[in-house]
Design a protein around this ligand. Structure first.
Ligand SMILES: Nc1nc2c(c(=O)[nH]1)N=C([C@H](O)[C@H](O)COP(=O)(O)OP(=O)(O)OP(=O)(O)O)CN2
Ligand code: ZN
Length: 137
């Protein structure tokens, strides 16, 4: 079993607020990230894949293929977008780092399985101080 990781980056806008809560409730829970305070982050995404090395190619997965999958399923959808408003797979969900990581995992896992490997972890850094890791369960 070996692990390989590809890093990508995207910039996106968001806010943290529930439509079914009033301004005070949102402010209390989400603070400066809530209500009218749209703001952006330069996210860093680490996609870690696991599996066996193919003895002929020496590859677990071709990193060019992994790059293409991440680009199509995540970066094209998220980069320079408003996560709350523009991103189809985030509709009806909080635009938190946790939820974005979970949704990215769900989108990438089947594509990576088609390549004969397994998605191990999505690590998503929202700021230089805050990141989440999701392992699929
Ligand atoms: N559990 C979560 N909590 C918070 C999330 C999140 O995604 N999951 N997100 C945010 C906000 O998006 C906010 O923009 C984070 O910014 P901030 O707190 O300013 O983070 P910094 O790392 O830049 O702040 P420092 O105080 O300098 O560490 C809030 N909570
Ligand atoms: Zn934020």
């Amino acid at each position: 079993m070996i692990y390989i990781t590809r890093r990508e980056r995207f910039s996106a806008a968001h806010k943290l607020a529930r439509n079914d809560w009033n301004e005070d409730q949102n402010l209390k829970v989400f603070g400066k990230c809530s209500n009218a305070n749209w703001h952006g982050h330069n996210y860093e995404l680490f996609v870690t894949v696991k599996g066996e090395v193919n003895s002929e190619t020496g590859f677990l997965i071709d990193l060019r293929v992994l790059k293409e999958i991440i680009q199509e399923e995540a970066i094209d959808k998220l980069d320079h977008k408003n996560i709350n408003l523009d991103v189809d797979f985030m509709q009806g969900k909080m635009a938190s780092t946790e939820m974005i990581a979970i949704e990215i995992f769900k989108r990438l896992a089947p594509r990576i399985e088609n390549e004969g490997a397994q998605l191990h972890c999505i690590k998503l850094c929202e700021t230089e101080n805050n990141f989440v890791e999701y392992f699929g369960n």
